[in-house]
Unconditional design. Structure first.
Lengths: 915, 375
């Protein structure tokens, strides 16, 4: 198919336009956005798709907005050797016209629906829809890689070129095989549909059958169990009956032997009585022997314990005396310690007094110094109160002084200076205002003066002349400035109470001196009063010392009174305990100095420590003595108690012996025992004879055997009852299983299983066959695909190498789409390529397809609506060359708003669309 | 034995039996047919003036059949107008949990029906005693018939009929896994006048052992292997001797058929064979086949068998004896006009089949069908 021209009228925004294309070669249609480039492609599609009476929204969409007009399209093209002119108008004044010039020059025309149908038929018969869609790249689709496997013209071309028959005629079979495969299998080869369901049904039926079979096996098991139980029951019942017969025989034997046993029991009873009597007499004899032995033993014991008691009491007495001695020593030491403590207290009080006196002396001196310091503070305060000058005032005075000097200097420079000298005898009088300097009112002879005139100066010689000099200009202001400065200085001097600045400075120096004195005196005062007012402490100390002296005096009196008593007591203790009082001296007189008093205190404390050590030792010795005495006393008490107890027991034993003898004397006891022994021996002889009779009759065994036989009978009856119970239970289950129809259930389940298995086996055979066919056919198709993809692959590589160089290679997939690209030895899937490279590869592939089909009748134009938007300048040059070469073999139409992308397309025809 | 006595002998009703090859519909109809045959025994009894009916074992398929089977059996028994004596066999042995002692049976059993649970002679009509040897376990330890007649002595005034169940030693071929019935001992008992007739069960085909020893066979066929099923025996014993007549009461057929399939003619012959069979809806056919067929003929065979399966109660290939193989020839492939990969694929499958690949045959048949339908 070749597209020659396309005319649009009242189509979207296009009022009236016709575009003519080169039948062979590249046409580039250039236009700005919205100018209607894409409408050309759209119009071509609509004229073949929709009749003129179509109500499709696609037709409504192409009517110009707000215009009641009919969109119209006219296309001229070559198709299968025919030349077609096909025009159609929709909506308003609908019409369709088709005129065809046959290859033999014959002309035909159709109108209306016939025209549409004929055009549609021709188009569909001669244009492969897959190829058409593959080679027409709509706006925004330039990146999409074509998948042209089902394009018949392409298949025809590659078949012709590769020599491999492409099984186009077998496509229905391929579809049928695929469909058959999918009936049974998923794409991943898992069972699906009825096949999968039948497999599940088989599993479910197998489970149900297994459960039903198991239930029946349990029934069979119960039947076997019941049979066994029946057999066992019969066996046990037989054995029980037989055993009960034996029991009856034993009972009869037992009745016969019971008489012998009764007699034996009687003799046994008498033997027991005789034996008891003998035991009684034996016990009496033994008791008598025991009493005799006890009296003898207790007599000996009582004597031994009395001797031990005497020894213990002696020891306890000695220990008590030792305790008394130790406690006496302890009392003495306690008293000694009290004396030592009194000495320490006296020495401590003396040291305290001496320290108070020293402190009192220091405080008195401190108070004297404090009085002096406070007088100095008062004097300095008086001086400072009188002086009114301070640093700021002196600074202000110095500033005022400088202002006066500066004002006067300015005045001297700014006003006339008049020199007046009296030359003659006539008096010269001077007067005026604003005069500066020492201006006499009258000049003496040859006296002269110089006057600065800031106001006016009147020089007169009375009666002769009077000269008035007036200052002009700024004299008045200068004068005023001088006056202000002088006035300020005077005010400050008055405030300071001085006559000039020097006096003020002198006063300031004095004030500083007084202030320093004051500060120093206050520091001293603060230092002296840091520990509180000395006077208060002097009063406290004085009062305390006075009281101490009184107390001391009183103590001295008391001590004097007590000394004789103490001394006599001391002597009493010291005499028997010289070692204790060796370091105990008579107290020395109290020293008057502190160091002496402190030495006495240390000695007293040392004496106290010694006394306390003595006390500890004495307490320990007394405690030890007490403990030893307690133990000895306890031992003596125990010995006394044991001795008394032995005496009591001896008395009791003697009494018991006497009491027993009063009943039966010792000889009678011996005789009674001998007689009892003889009786026992006689009865035992009789018992032996009876026992021999019983043994001969087997009397004892019969009873045992009967007891055992009864036990066995009970066990067998229990066993029989258990078997009966078990049989009843089993038969109950079997009755229930019969009611449940378990065998029928099993048969039904097996029937169902067989049915679903049959169905599944059938499906399995079909599924396996479908898979085998699918696999075999797919494999052969893949092999063929590989062969017939080679022509397209080689075309793409040939075109691509003109752009990318000789290392360019591609691989195609089953759909003949490019799957991978290799460049400079690097092989990548197309998805991994850059956007620009993908678009270029898509264009190259389409041009290759176009090239392949160009010689056949099914060729169609290659149309690019806006492409190459991602290529750089160098690539645009190469791709342009490629597009140009593509035009050598077929019709290439490019729609773009960027004509510079295609400036490298050789021999291209550019058509500019205006808005 | 001044007068003759006529009774009917049947066995192996095996009510509740199922046949997996029949499918649900066939199974239901066949199960009903087995009950209908019992009812027809009643009609025969009425028609022949039989004094009673004996059933020598396996009345039920199991002791644990469903309640519906028992109740329907009772209904069928009610349609027999004369006394009926049933003998427990190996399928419904008088074992623990036996159907015969169940409340379901005892509550619904018709009054004219007697179950022989003992070996004590039972006078069914004056001058006629039945002696039975009921199975008390599925695994008897000795000749299952012997307890029925071991202690008997000949009584000229009494006609004795032994009811027993089991295989005869002479017919089992030594393959039985349970003790068999001593045929010689039976014949001796008959010969010395202790027994006048021995009615046996367990063998489903009507079988004459001697003039007075018979297997009645099942009342309705249960397997294609059975020679003469579907009969009831009319037995007449008189002073002049004995007369035993099989009378058909069954309505179904189970048939094995072997075919050799090589060409269109053999296919046509099979079609004719199917066409000539009577009672198709009550007939099960088990086909054994051998041979090889071209793909079109194989497809035709499949179609025929599928269609007959709808007409007959059931038609199935006997897997064990079905060796019909596809044999595609060049003409099969050419007729499809395949080319390219499809032709290569079919050729590969054909060669695989020739090499003995069974799976390739099915695949080839499928591909042939798909190609034919797609073309």
């Amino acid at each position: 198919m070749r597209l020659h021209s396309l005319a649009l009228r009242d189509f979207r925004g296009v009022k009236d336009r016709i575009v003519r294309f080169r039948a062979l070669g590249t046409t580039v249609v250039v236009g700005d956005n919205e100018v209607g480039k894409s409408s050309l492609v759209e119009a071509f599609g609509l004229i073949f798709d929709l009749p003129d009476d179509s109500k499709s929204t696609r037709i409504r969409g192409i009517q110009p907005v707000g215009q009641d007009v009919g969109p119209e399209v006219t296309v001229e093209l070559s198709l299968a050797g025919r030349e077609l002119t096909y025009a159609k108008r929709w909506l308003k004044n609908r019409s369709t016209e088709l005129s065809i010039v046959e290859p033999d020059g014959r002309r035909q025309s159709w109108t209306g629906r016939e025209a549409h149908n004929e055009a549609e038929r021709l188009f569909h018969e001669n244009v492969d829809p897959v190829l058409w869609q593959t080679l027409m790249v709509s706006q925004g689709q330039s990146l999409v890689l074509p998948t042209p496997a089902d394009a018949e013209p392409l298949i025809t071309a590659v078949t012709a070129e590769s020599g491999t028959p492409v099984d186009g005629a077998s496509m229905p079979l391929v579809t049928a095989v695929e469909h058959e495969f999918q009936r049974y299998w998923t794409p991943r080869g898992k069972p699906t549909g009825d096949f999968a369901r039948s497999a599940k049904a088989v599993s479910a039926a197998e489970l149900a059958a297994a459960q039903a079979l198991q239930a029946m096996e349990e029934v069979q098991s119960d039947i076997r169990r019941a049979e066994r139980l029946n057999l066992d029951l019969a066996d046990v019942a037989g054995r029980l009956a037989e055993h009960l017969t034996g029991v009856e025989e034993l009972r009869e034997r037992k009745q016969a032997t019971d008489e012998i046993l009764l007699r034996r029991d009687s003799v046994r009873s008498r033997a027991e009585t005789a034996r008891a009597r003998l035991e009684n007499h034996t016990r009496t004899r033994l008791e008598r022997e025991r009493l005799l032995d006890e009296v003898q033993r207790f007599t000996k014991t009582e004597a031994e314990l009395a001797a031990r008691r005497a020894d213990a009491e002696l020891v306890a007495k000695t220990a008590a005396e030792m305790v008394q001695a130790a406690e006496a020593t302890l009392a003495e030491v306690v008293e000694l310690k009290d004396l030592r403590r009194t000495d320490v207290q006296i020495a401590e009080r003396r040291v305290s007094d001496l320290m108070d006196r020293a402190e009192l002396d220091r405080l008195v001196g401190q108070q004297t110094e404090l009085v002096d310091v406070r007088a100095r503070i008062a004097a300095a305060g008086t001086i400072l109160d009188r002086i009114k000058v301070d640093d700021a005032l002196v600074a202000a005075l110095e500033e005022a002084r400088a202002a006066v000097v500066e004002a006067r200097a300015a005045l001297a420079a700014g006003v006339p200076e008049v020199s007046v000298r009296r030359l003659g005898a006539e008096p010269v009088e001077l007067s005026g205002t604003g005069l500066e300097g020492n201006v006499p009112s009258e000049l003496g002879f040859d006296e002269s003066t110089e006057v600065l005139v800031s106001g006016e100066l009147v020089v007169g010689v009375p009666g002769q002349v009077e000269v008035t000099v007036r200052a002009g200009g700024d004299a008045a202001a200068l004068r005023s400035r001088v006056d202000d400065a002088v006035r300020r200085e005077k005010d400050l001097l008055k405030k300071a109470g001085v006559k000039d600045v020097a006096a003020a400075r002198e006063l300031l120096r004095k004030a500083d001196t007084a202030s320093a004195e004051l500060n120093e005196a206050r520091r001293t005062e603060k230092s002296l009063t840091a520990g509180g007012d000395p006077g208060e402490r002097i009063a406290v100390l004085t009062a305390r010392l006075g009281a101490d002296e009184e107390t001391e005096d009183a103590g001295k009196e008391t001590a004097v009174e007590g000394v004789p008593g103490q001394m006599s007591l001391f002597e009493e203790f010291a005499s028997p305990h010289d070692t204790l009082f060796d370091d105990f001296d008579v107290p020395e007189p109290e020293p008057d100095d502190l160091s002496g008093a402190q030495r006495v205190l240390e000695e007293a404390r040392s004496g106290l420590a010694d006394a306390e050590r003595l006390l500890t030792d004495a307490e320990f010795a007394a405690a030890q003595a007490r403990k030893a005495a307690d133990e000895d006393r306890s031992e003596a008490q125990n010995a006394r108690a044991r001795s008394e107890l032995a005496g009591e027991r001896l008395a009791a034993a003697v009494e018991a012996l006497e009491s027993a003898r009063s009943v039966l004397d010792d000889e009678a006891v011996a005789v009674a025992e001998t007689e009892a022994t003889a009786e026992v021996e006689a009865v035992l002889e009789e018992l032996t004879a009876v026992q021999e009779q019983a043994d001969e009759a087997g009397a004892d065994q019969v009873a045992g055997e009967l007891t055992h036989a009864l036990a066995v009978a009970t066990r067998l009856q229990g066993e029989r009852d258990n078997l009966r119970d078990a049989l009843r239970t089993t038969e109950g289950r079997l009755e229930q299983s019969g009611r449940d129809g378990l065998a029928t259930r099993r048969d039904v389940a097996e029937l169902e299983l067989a049915a679903v298995r049959t169905e599944h086996d059938s499906l399995l055979r079909r599924a396996e066959a479908a898979r085998r066919v699918h696999e075999t056919l797919s494999r052969h198709r893949a092999e063929a695909q590989t062969k017939y993809s080679e022509p397209l692959q080689s075309r793409i590589e040939a075109l691509g190498r003109s752009v990318y160089g000789p290392s360019f290679r591609v691989w195609l997939d089953d759909d003949l789409a490019v799957a991978e690209r290799e460049l400079d030895g690097v092989r990548l899937p197309v998805e991994a390529l850059s956007t620009g490279a993908q678009e270029q590869l898509a264009i190259i592939t389409r041009l290759a397809i176009s090239h392949l089909v160009s010689t056949g009748e099914g060729s169609v134009p290659v149309i690019f609506d806006d492409a190459l938007g991602w290529s750089d300048k160098a690539r645009l040059r190469d791709m342009g060359a490629l597009l140009g070469r593509a035009g050598d073999h077929g019709q290439v139409i490019i729609l773009t708003c960027m004509p510079d992308r295609y400036e490298y397309v050789p021999k291209a025809t550019f058509i500019k669309l205006d808005g | 034995m001044d007068e003759s006595i006529t009774f009917l002998h049947s066995s192996d009703w095996q009510l509740g039996m199922m046949r997996r090859f029949l499918g649900p519909d066939g199974q239901a109809r066949w199960g009903q047919a087995r009950l209908d045959a019992v009812a027809r025994i009643g009609e025969v009894a009425e028609r022949t003036g039989a004094a009673f009916v004996v059933v020598t074992g396996d009345v039920f398929e199991h002791n644990q059949v469903e309640r519906q089977t028992i109740l329907r059996a009772c209904e069928a028994l009610k349609r027999i107008p004369v006394p009926v004596v049933l003998l427990p066999g190996n399928h419904d042995a008088l074992e623990p949990g036996s159907l015969w002692t169940s409340s379901q049976w005892l509550a619904h059993a018709p009054e004219h029906v007697t179950v022989l649970t003992e070996t004590t002679p039972f006078q069914i009509v004056p001058g006629v005693e039945l002696v039975g040897a009921p199975w008390r376990s599925r695994r008897p330890l000795s000749d299952p018939a012997a307890p029925g007649y071991a202690d008997l002595t000949a009584d000229p005034k009494t006609t004795r009929i032994l009811l027993a169940h089991g295989q005869l030693t002479s017919l089992s071929g030594g393959m039985s896994d349970v003790p068999t019935i001593d045929q010689a001992a039976l014949e001796a008992a008959v010969a010395d006048g202790r027994l006048q007739y021995v009615g046996l069960g367990d063998r489903h085909s009507t079988t004459r052992v001697t003039d007075r020893i018979w297997f009645s066979g099942t009342q309705e066929v249960t397997s294609p292997e059975e020679d003469a099923p579907g009969n009831v025996l009319k037995v007449t014993i008189g002073s002049g001797g004995i007369d035993v007549e099989p009378i058909r009461v069954g309505a179904w057929h189970m048939v094995d058929h072997r075919v050799d399939l090589f060409d269109e003619e053999s296919i046509t012959a099979l079609e004719d064979w199917f066409a000539e069979l009577p009672d198709k809806e009550r007939t099960y056919v088990r086909l054994a086949g051998d041979g090889s067929l071209s793909l079109p003929l194989l497809a035709r065979l499949d179609t025929i068998i599928d269609a007959q399966g709808e007409v007959f109660a059931s038609v199935e290939r006997w897997v064990k004896f079905w060796t019909v193989r596809p044999a595609p020839d060049a003409a099969d492939l050419e007729s499809l006009q395949l080319s390219g990969p499809a032709r290569a694929a079919m050729e590969e499958l054909r060669q695989a089949l020739a090499g003995g690949d069974e799976g390739a045959g099915a695949a080839l048949s499928l591909m042939h069908r798909l190609a034919r339908d797609a073309g």
